[in-house]
Structure formats: structure tokens, C-alpha cells
Ligand binder design. Structure first.
Ligand code: SF4
Length: 215
């Protein structure tokens, strides 16, 4: 810890925290995880993700964890009205969470602030970077933004190896509906592709039978 730079790392979930903690430590930072995610719905899902993160932080990564505010009213007021407008909604959602992380960082005397949102290829990378940088600077902090996306496959393998719970949607009710739609669309496409392949095989079989009869 001596000589290392203390950094407050906003974490969205345990699986996305594995690589940032590892690589930020390699750079000479000592991360403390900050949990503040009032976007996660329902509350039982929020609590489950937090518990998984707590267990990993304490037992595996040996990293401190602080819990910030869970201001669900603010999230509904500031983020939810954007509804299906994903760019506007996610930008506002990043701002709510990262502003709270910066508040905690100032209170706890950190200079550096970062976020695990830079791991997932499903997040809006540029928008999130802009929000982190603007919010950190407005709070007199130094943003540490890294492109962790190339490490996403590692995070999937490692979190599976640890038997970690892995959610299948980002967090809010809108993302749950969008992810369900996406799964249904992918399932329908697979079904259509299988039906087309069956029809092709049947047509080829019928053609071969016709050829044999006419010889
Ligand atoms: S999709 Fe994720 S980042 Fe975007 S608003 Fe929902 S919870 Fe927030």
C-alpha cells in the first residue's frame, strides 16, 4: 500500500470489477471500491449484486468497499423520463452514479476516481468517459479512464471460474426489457435459420430422388 496512489473505483458489479482492480494495481493504484447503483432494479437484484461484490472484495481481492447513497428517487426523477432513449438515459444514469462516487471520494480524501463501467462492451463507452471526466473535474478529482474492454473476455472466464453470479441485463427496468427483446429476437433468428436449413435439406433430398427416377 505504501507509495501506491489511492483511487476510488466506482463498481457496477463483481464480474466487471475483476480486471480493473487487477490492472489498476499493476499501474500502481490502490483501489477502494465504491458501490452506488440506484439504477439496479428490482431491489432484490441490487442486493444480490452487492453481496456478490462484497464477498469477492473481502475473500478474494482483499479490497476495501464503501457503500454510497442509493437514491432511487433521484434516479426516477433524473433518468427514468428518458425511457427508451438509450443515449440520453444512460448518460443521465452514469452522471447520477458517478456524481455520488465523486462525493464519496472527496469525503474520503481520494485524489483519483475511476469506474468499472469501462469494462463492458455493452456500455456507451464515449458517453461514460465524458461523464466521468466532467464529473471528476467538477469535484476537483483526477479521472482515471482506461479502456478495459479488451479484458472483457477474461472477466467472463474468471468470473465463471469463481462461480460468480452474472446478470443478463445492465440494471434498470428498461435494460431488462431490452435484453429480453434481444434474446427473443436472437432465438427467433436461430429458429428461422434452422427451419431454412431443414427446408434446404428436404429440397435437396427431393431433387436427388427425382434425378434417380429419371435415370
Ligand atoms: S441501461 Fe444501464 S446504464 Fe443505461 S440507464 Fe439502464 S442501468 Fe443505467
Amino acid at each position: 500500500m505504501r507509495g501506491r496512489r489511492r483511487l476510488l473505483l466506482h463498481a457496477c458489479c463483481a464480474p466487471c470489477s475483476l480486471e480493473p482492480v487487477k490492472y489498476l494495481r499493476e499501474e500502481g493504484f490502490e483501489p477502494t471500491i465504491c458501490w452506488t447503483n440506484p439504477n439496479i432494479q428490482p431491489v432484490a437484484e441490487h442486493d444480490l449484486r452487492l453481496e456478490v461484490l462484497r464477498a469477492w472484495a473481502a475473500d478474494v481481492a482483499h479490497v476495501e468497499l464503501v457503500v454510497g447513497a442509493d437514491d432511487r428517487e433521484a434516479w426516477e426523477r433524473v433518468v427514468a423520463p428518458a425511457g427508451a432513449d438509450r443515449a440520453r438515459r444512460c448518460r443521465a444514469c452514469y452522471a447520477v452514479r458517478l456524481q455520488e462516487a465523486c462525493r464519496v471520494a472527496r469525503r474520503e480524501g481520494f485524489e483519483y476516481v475511476s469506474t468499472t463501467l469501462a469494462v463492458s462492451p455493452y456500455q456507451l463507452f464515449d458517453e461514460c468517459r465524458e461523464v466521468l471526466e466532467a464529473t471528476a473535474r467538477a469535484n476537483g478529482l483526477t479521472p482515471v479512464w482506461r479502456d478495459f474492454r479488451p479484458h472483457y473476455p477474461e472477466s467472463v472466464t474468471e468470473s465463471r471460474g469463481l462461480g460468480m453470479y452474472r446478470q443478463n441485463y445492465c440494471g434498470c427496468r428498461f435494460s431488462a426489457a431490452e435484453a429480453a427483446d434481444e434474446r427473443h429476437r436472437a432465438r427467433d433468428e436461430r429458429k428461422a435459420a434452422k427451419a431454412a436449413a431443414r427446408a434446404e435439406r428436404a429440397a435437396a433430398g427431393a431433387g436427388a430422388a427425382e434425378g434417380a427416377r429419371s435415370r
